[in-house]
Design a binder for this molecule. Sequence first.
Ligand code: 8YV
Length: 320
Amino acid sequence: MSEDLRPTLLLTGPIMEAVVERQLKEAFRLVGAADFEAAIATEGSAIRGLVTRGARRVDDALLARLPALEIVANFGVGYDTVDAAAAARRGIMVTNTPDVLNEEVADLTLGLLLATVREIPQADRYLRAGKWEAAPFPLGATLRDRSIGIVGMGRIGRAIGRRIEAFGRPVAYHSRRPAADCPYRHYPDLVALARDVDTLILILPGGPETKGLVGREVLAALGPEGILINVARGSVVDEPALVDALVNRTIRAAGLDVFADEPHVPEALMGLDNVVLLPHVGSATHHTRGAMGQLVVDNVKSWFAGTGPVTPVAETPASR
Ligand code: 8YV
């Protein structure tokens, strides 16, 4: 029997079988999807690539167990579950899937915004419960008088901003530094932005630097008509503070696609009628997940062909 010379890739779980695994298994030995720990125990020193979709932390301790690792390919633009700084110190490349999901996530964000402001799921539940026979659905809030603050003005933030402009509403934003060529007013201070707008949309990276950024002070500044939309990461919000604000109606409503401990959603949110809850579906279409999967494949193949990464993250640029 001839020796299998294909590079070994560790998968943290099943990853888009039809796109990623089907293409990669032609040129690579794929291990770990069924039993991650067993694969590290038996293959650890042979593993040269790691493909992950965020369900498992890729931290320095894990990297230390993979001495031959060259590349971590993250399925998703957000790579907060990968310690990219640790990878950089070890000379390991990290790639993500930017751009291909911008418009999809922005579409979903506007859908979630409108669903939350106009209470679309609540109206659907009302009709299905037969209540329309007795009385019309009560009048509610409008987007027409709202001003929107976007937190994070990266590529997806800009795509969201363009859509809000098309809806005729003013946009301002908060980010650590002003974004180049951005037409909206920049607020270096998030509390000041929250005070000046009544709707906040979160689309900034997760991770330790942004953990709990939206807490009691920001929610208080947003005020009783405030609406919070989170399509970023659950970690950027102080979730217990948000639950309190929604229960006590110190903000009006929230639309959430992400949570602190996915797929677990706090029981306190489930019973509230002023929240719209989605199971992290921002990019979840065949079209866009397919494009993200293809970019994972392209990164891995290009790396092992010796032509470098296609979309390296900032911490591990293509040439250093
Ligand atoms: C994915 C995402 O759901 O790209 C991201 O950062 O949050 C989503 O598009 C996730 O990364 C993969 O499951």
